[in-house]
Design a binder for this molecule. Structure first.
Ligand SMILES: [Zn+2]
Length: 370
C-alpha cells in the first residue's frame, strides 16, 4: 500500500516543529561557554552579565520561530485538507456503490457544496491556526525560562561550591535538551496541567483535530446520504476503555436491538472517547444489507495484556529518544559518552523487552525528531 499523502505532510510538519525546538535549544546552549573561568569569587558578575542577555535570547528564539512559522502553518493546513479528503472520498466510493445497487435512494449535493461540511472544515482550520499562534508565544516564554533556569542552577551550584561551573552548565544543558522547548500547555478534563514539548503538542493538536474534523464530517456526510449506521475499527492492544466498544456497528441516531447508539456507547467526540485525544479508531460507513462488517472486538483480557505491553514499550521508546537528545546536547566529551552509554543501555532494554513480550519494534519512533 502506498503512503497516504497526509502522512507525508504530517511527517514534514513534525520535522519542521522538531527543527524549531532544536534550533532554540542550540541557540541557548551556545550562550554558555564551558571553558569560561567562573569561580565562587566571580560568579555573581558572570550571573548578572548573563542575565542581561535574556532579551537577546528572546530575539533569537523569535527569529527562529518566524523563520519556520509560515511553512508550519501551510503544512498544518495542507495535512488537514489531505486527511479529511482521504477519508471523505473513500466513503464517497462506498455510498456511490450502495446507491448504484439501490441500497441508498438519493444523491446529496457535492462535498464542496455542503455548507455544513465546509463549516466544520473551516472551524478546524481556524482552531489549528489559533493553536499554532499560542504555541509560538508559549515557546518564546519557554526559551526565556530555560535560559534563566540554567543560569540559576549554575549560579547556585558554583556559589555554594557544590559543583564546578563546567559540570553545572553541562548538566543543566543536557537536562534542557531532554525536556525540550515547551509548547502550549495541555489541560486535561480533570484540570491537571501538563507542559509538553512544542513538537509533541503540535503533533497531538494536528492528529486529534484532523481526526475529529474527519469524524464530524463523515457523520454529516452519512446523514446527507441517508445512511444511519457506522462501523468502528478495532486494534489489538487498544486502550481498555476503547476496547469496550471497538469493532462494532452503531446507529448514528437512535438505537436498535442489533445496533446500539454511537454517541451513547463510545463517548463519541468527548476527550476520552471515540475521536477524542490520541484516539486512532476509524469510522466507516455501514449500509445494512450492502456492507460487510470487517472489524470485530478482541478478547478483553488479551487486549488489556497487549495494551500493557505496548505501554511498556512506549516508555522505553521515550527513554531512548530522551537520551539521544541528550547526546545531541552534550557540552563535554564525558557527558556525551555518558549519554551514549545510556542510549545503548536503553536499546538493550528494548531488545530484551521486545523479545520477552513479542511486541513489534518501531525503529522510526525511537529517532530524535524534536
Ligand atoms: Zn480510540
Amino acid at each position: 500500500m502506498t503512503r497516504r499523502k497526509y502522512e507525508e505532510l504530517q511527517e514534514r510538519l513534525f520535522k519542521e516543529c522538531a527543527a524549531i525546538e532544536r534550533e532554540i535549544l542550540d541557540t541557548i546552549s551556545k550562550r554558555f561557554d564551558i571553558t569560561a573561568d567562573v569561580t565562587p569569587e566571580n560568579v555573581y558578575g558572570w550571573y548578572t552579565d548573563m542575565l542581561m542577555q535574556t532579551g537577546a535570547v528572546n530575539t533569537d528564539a523569535r527569529r527562529i520561530i518566524n523563520k519556520h512559522s509560515a511553512e508550519i502553518s501551510a503544512l498544518a493546513q495542507d495535512s488537514l485538507h489531505e486527511y479529511v479528503n482521504y477519508y471523505l472520498l473513500r466513503d464517497e466510493g462506498v455510498y456511490r456503490a450502495a446507491f448504484a445497487r439501490g441500497f441508498l435512494v438519493t444523491i446529496p449535493t457535492t462535498i464542496e457544496n455542503s455548507a455544513r461540511l465546509q463549516q466544520v472544515y473551516r472551524q478546524s482550520g481556524r482552531f489549528i491556526s489559533q493553536y499554532l499562534n499560542v504555541t509560538n508565544t508559549t515557546a518564546l516564554q519557554s526559551a526565556r525560562k530555560k535560559y534563566v533556569d540554567i543560569l540559576n542552577k549554575a549560579y547556585a551550584h558554583v556559589v555554594t561550591g557544590s559543583r564546578s561551573y563546567t559540570y553545572a552548565i553541562s548538566n543543566a544543558c543536557r537536562q534542557m535538551y531532554a525536556s525540550g522547548i515547551t509548547g502550549m500547555n495541555y489541560i486535561s478534563p480533570k484540570g491537571t496541567r501538563t507542559s509538553i514539548s512544542l513538537e509533541a503538542g503540535i503533533r497531538r493538536c494536528i492528529i486529534t483535530t484532523s481526526s475529529q474534523a474527519t469524524g464530524m464530517m463523515q457523520m454529516e456526510r452519512a446523514q446527507e446520504w441517508g445512511c444511519n449506521h457506522v462501523e468502528v475499527s478495532s486494534h489489538f492492544g487498544a486502550r481498555p476503555s476503547h476496547a469496550e466498544w471497538q469493532g462494532a456497528v452503531y446507529q448514528i441516531e437512535g438505537s436498535s436491538q442489533d445496533y446500539p447508539n454511537l454517541a451513547d456507547s463510545t463517548d463519541y467526540l468527548t476527550v476520552s472517547g471515540l475521536k477524542g485525544i490520541n484516539c486512532t479508531h476509524e469510522i466507516y460507513p455501514y449500509i445494512p444489507g450492502f456492507s460487510e462488517q470487517r472489524f470485530h472486538p478482541y478478547d478483553k483480557e488479551a487486549n488489556a495484556r497487549q495494551y500493557q505491553k505496548l505501554q511498556g514499550q512506549r516508555g522505553i521508546k521515550r527513554e531512548i529518544r530522551d537520551w539521544k537528545q541528550q547526546v545531541a546536547g552534550a557540552k563535554t566529551a564525558e557527558d556525551k559518552a555518558f549519554a551514549q552509554r545510556k542510549v545503548r543501555e536503553k536499546q538493550a532494554k528494548m531488545r530484551s523487552y521486545v523479545e520477552s513480550t513479542g511486541v513489534t519494534r518501531h525503529y522510526d519512533r525511537e529517532q530524535v525528531l524534536r
